[in-house]
Design a protein around this ligand. Structure first.
Ligand code: APR
Ligand code: PHB
Length: 388
């Protein structure tokens, strides 16, 4: 089997890159370990920066996003007493779009067959081959039979646990911060408690009120890493949300049965460089942000925008400058998003080891933000997404 580019992983990064390249007439094979149903069952964040919306528009895949996505012109930080509104529109003239990552993935997957984007699902035991040669490859098992695809470039879009970064771990450097807590998420078909998102810092820990649509809510609470889902029946989560989000929001919470519940750890991680010879890394394969600020998918989008540009340039004109500068260019934006996600995480969560002083620092910073247009502008600029 042959392709111009073999992409490992059909999450949002792999799918967006695959579509971009196919749109430019480049032959792509996407290799995914899971089934389509499994890929679509994963619930992830749901706040899109303009970078992501633009990418989907360029692919002419933005119709449903524009119909069903909710433009959000602001969001709120809660400090236990009040809501501090960050007016994105007023401070940056831009906004974000609330549209689930699951929906983005669905739109990209549904259109793949019509556009000639080939995807092999349920491919097992992926191994990367000959990355230093001009015909690198990917070997995998499908229905028990071994296949090898040879390509000019291989792109690892296989998430944090995939084989691509592991194959080149010794050629770069990993930077990591693991947080001493996780997020317990709950999805329910009930109207959201607020028109805009609320990120709450409460004595009992962080809480987030988010949404997918006017009839579907997404909530999160900070929990200790050793918490078990079975100890969190829905009512216990609703009770905790009501406490942490504060009385105003609590009065407007509509409770209902969860349709999904999960606990995810929080991590900051960057691998440098995002390239080894003819292998490129994009999305979660190269970097992880804690979900505070919803930068994960949006960073995957900026990686894809830079890498697609470089690869298309290479295939169309043989110029190497785009692929040669990919890692450095992408990492500049990655590190700024890492900084923002880390700083919003640090500001909004209860850190067991930070003690009373740490808590006072958070309260002082929130009070400063509440009174400073400069501080709010800085948060807003980062939240809507830095320019490409
Ligand atoms: N072989 C083939 N595919 C694999 C393998 C493997 N060994 N390991 C992982 N994959 C697939 C996963 O099944 C998944 O579909 O790679 C894909 C990676 O997708 P994501 O984890 O969604 O990562 P990415 O596409 O970079 O998206 C980044 O999505 O997951 C969120 O937090 C993330 O919001 C961020 C964004
Ligand atoms: C979500 O809706 O799932 C969500 C929103 C904002 C975040 C993280 C997650 O910062």
């Amino acid at each position: 089997m042959k392709a111009d580019v073999a992409i490992i992983g059909a999450g949002p990064a792999g799918l967006m890159l695959g579509h971009k390249l196919v749109q430019a007439g480049i032959d792509v094979l996407l290799i995914e370990r899971q089934s389509p149903d499994y890929v679509l069952s994963r619930i992830r964040a749901g706040v899109l920066e303009q970078v992501t919306v633009d990418l989907l528009d360029e692919l002419e895949l933005g119709d449903r996003l524009h119909r069903e996505g909710l433009p959000h012109h602001g969001f709120n930080l809660a400090d236990g007493e009040r809501l501090i509104r960050i007016d994105l529109e007023e401070l940056t003239s831009r906004c974000v779009t609330v549209y689930g990552q699951t929906e983005v993935t669905h739109d990209l997957m549904a259109e793949a067959p019509r556009r000639g984007l080939s995807i092999v699902y349920e491919a097992n035991d992926v191994v990367l081959l000959d990355l230093e040669s001009e015909t690198p490859g990917v070997r995998y098992l499908k229905d028990g039979a071994e296949h090898i695809v040879r390509a000019r470039f291989v792109v690892g879009c296989d998430g944090f646990h995939g084989p691509s970064r592991q194959a080149i771990a010794k050629t770069g450097k990993a930077y990591e911060r693991v947080y001493p807590f996780g997020w317990l998420g709950l999805l329910a078909d009930v109207p959201p408690c607020n028109e805009e998102l609320i990120y709450a810092n409460h004595e009992r820990g962080f809480a987030l009120a988010s949404m997918r649509s006017p009839t579907r809510s997404r909530y999160y609470i900070q929990v200790a890493l050793n918490e078990k889902l079975e100890d969190w029946p829905d009512e216990r989560i609703w009770d905790e949300l009501a406490l942490r989000l504060g009385p105003e929001a609590a009065a407007r919470i509509t409770r209902g049965p969860s349709i999904e519940k999960s606990i995810a750890p929080l991590r900051s991680f960057v691998f440098e460089p995002m390239r080894f010879n003819n292998l490129f890394l994009a999305g979660d394969a190269a970097h992880i942000v804690p979900p505070t600020g919803a930068k994960g998918l949006n960073l995957a989008s900026s990686d894809v925008a830079y890498l697609a540009r470089g690869l298309i340039q290479w295939f169309k004109s043989g110029r190497r400058s785009g692929i040669d500068s990919y890692s450095e260019t992408a990492l500049k934006r990655v590190w700024k998003s890492e900084r923002f996600s880390w700083s919003l995480t640090s500001l909004m969560h209860r850190f067991p080891e930070a003690g009373a002083f740490g808590r006072r620092m958070q309260v002082a910073e929130l009070d400063y933000i509440a009174g400073s247009r400069a501080a709010q502008t800085s948060i807003a600029e980062n939240y809507v997404g830095l320019p490409l």
